[in-house]
Design a protein. Structure first.
Length: 231
């Protein structure tokens, strides 16, 4: 009889533990799954964003690129040529606008899950895009005036130095030390530092939780057996 009572008591304990553990495990699993999915989405978008920036800044442009821009009535031939040339980057950017919008909007969900500091790679990536777009606007003006006569050599040198600096941002690989690629790579490193441990944790959380549950059951049964023996 004592053994039968022991089995009944053990069954009740196991059933109770299973119910409690099931709810708690479901909560942990749901939260872990949600975070892992968010981390994976963010990482994929950053990788896609890196490729998009490479496409936007690619040096080669075919003859039809930049021609979708609305030409101003008072544009000179030099201004039109410069504006069309700079608009190549804008056209390419517009083909990726949905990607960049998704990346930016994801920042708020990401910060809600992983803290305010986790939003920095997103903000840095947006600053990089703004810098690239600003270079197009700057070069549109500067290219149109590169054939003008300057009052002094100093002004001429300043003008062409400015063009060279902006072109290094505008085109990838033009300068010996690219000012954009290292910044993009740093964003990727930072987001990987946040996301990789989360994705790795997802693969182990179920095994760890199951082991903890089994250990608790063993402990309860051992305590119950000890109590029965003393009785």
């Amino acid at each position: 009889m004592a053994f039968i009572e022991f089995i009944k008591d053990a069954s009740i304990i196991i059933a109770s533990l299973t119910a409690i553990y099931g709810i708690d495990s479901w909560r942990r699993e749901y939260r872990g799954k949600k975070q892992a999915e968010l981390a994976e989405e963010a990482l994929c978008l950053f990788y896609e964003g890196r490729d998009a920036i490479r496409h936007i800044r690619h040096f080669y442009a075919h003859s039809e690129e930049g021609k979708t821009r609305k030409v101003g009535d008072d544009e000179t031939p030099e201004q039109k040529e410069a504006n069309d040339k700079a608009y190549v980057l804008i056209e390419r950017y517009n083909t990726h606008i949905e990607l960049f919008s998704k990346l930016h909007s994801l920042r708020y969900r990401f910060m809600a899950q992983f803290g305010v500091e986790s939003g920095k790679p997103f903000e840095d990536f947006r600053k990089i895009l703004n810098t690239i777009l600003a270079s197009a606007q700057s070069l549109a003006r500067s290219w149109a005036h590169q054939h003008r006569t300057f009052r002094t050599d100093k002004l001429a040198n300043q003008h062409f130095d400015h063009i060279q600096k902006q072109e290094a941002i505008f085109w990838e690989g033009l300068a010996a030390e690219d000012p954009i690629v290292p910044k993009v790579d740093e964003c990727i490193k930072r987001i990987e530092k946040i996301c990789r441990p989360i994705l790795a944790y997802k693969s182990t959380i179920l095994a760890r939780s199951a082991q903890i549950f089994l250990d608790k059951i063993k402990e309860k049964i051992a305590n119950l057996r000890l109590h029965k023996d003393r009785s």
